[in-house]
Design a protein around this ligand. Sequence first.
Ligand SMILES: [Zn+2]
Length: 423
Amino acid sequence: MNRNQGLEKGDSLWTGCRLFMAEGDRGIVEDGAIAVKDGSIWWAGPASDLPKERVAPGGKVFRVGGKMVTPGLIDCHTHLIWAGSRAREFEMRLRGASYEEIARAGGGILNTVEAVRLATEDELYRQSARRVQSLLEEGVTTVEIKSGYGLATGAELKMLRVAKRLGNDFPVTVIPTFLGAHALPPEYTGRPDAYIDLVVEEMLPAVAAEGLAAAVDAFCERIAFSPAQVERVFSAARDLGFRVKLHAEQLSDQKGALMAARFDALSADHLEYLLRDGAEAMAEKDTVAVLLPGAFYFLREMKKPPVHLLRELGVPMALSTDCNPGSSPCTSPLLVMNMACVLFGLTPREALLGMTVHGARALGIQDRVGRLAAGKAADFVVWDVEEPVDLVYPMGGNPCSMVVRGGRVVVDRRNGVRSGRLQ
Ligand SMILES: [Zn+2]
């Protein structure tokens, strides 16, 4: 098909849009249009500039009525595949136990590991599908999903196969990440290096052979793995052609971000304890800072990530739900954007950029998604609001009118969006 021919039958045109653009001062095109062809954006911009002579009659037209249209949201850091519940642990924490104390007592992640190991692939799929559906209904069209609750070769592969199935069955692009070095499984207590051997020698080659992951992640922390242990995982990952990312500086400064940047990491995530040296290394290597205010809130942390420093150095800031059972049981990207503004001091525009263009960069897929621009996938959301601040201000409620993925309407609440045929 020749994309220069313009819009034909079967294509669609979206008009009356307030377009949220990644570029420009305010970044809103007030009377905008999007032309969709073959599942991609063929043209986006001010309606007055639309090349009308190349829009043939017969195509579908959607009149949005002045609502804001953003790129499909990108949730770039989730652990949304799990079995069981951590509600009891939540009660423990409400009574005063810390995340670290719970982890050291054999609770926390290991609680979920046991449930995931026992669950069949179908059981895991069923529990996790609900969470994907919730994200989709709030405008998520791309979600990253990590393994890391199996911590044994078979169970890690099982999680990644579930991720793949979710991507096949839901109108959401799933980007799978292998997180074998998430926690030390109980059978390796006192032998972390032996577990890293297993990750490097058995798990990583198996994941690569089945093509089940797009990147490799690790948890660098006192309660998880040291920078030296993570380096071994990253070296092996790099040799197999994987990009890496890291849970870094969440509970203490381990110089994880610094090390991740040395491996040209796509992102370093959490970063509450990040110092200038790590931030400078990230800036130099274009490593995205993924901020996770859901975990900060849920764990009642006090130390905030150094947002001023990241801004000063020009480190792109992405935002994500961190959807996971222990520290962020959250499937609301809208609430996360609100938290990022209230708790971390982001502007509403920064929050939305963090869930779109910078989320895409954190996954290395910015050439395909994250912007309303020609050549990108036609993944976008029509919101029943006018400005980013209207989206970020409320706590609760869902103003999503429509979700479009690959040019197809996949969520349709149709609040005032009219459709017809181009004359
Ligand atoms: Zn995480």
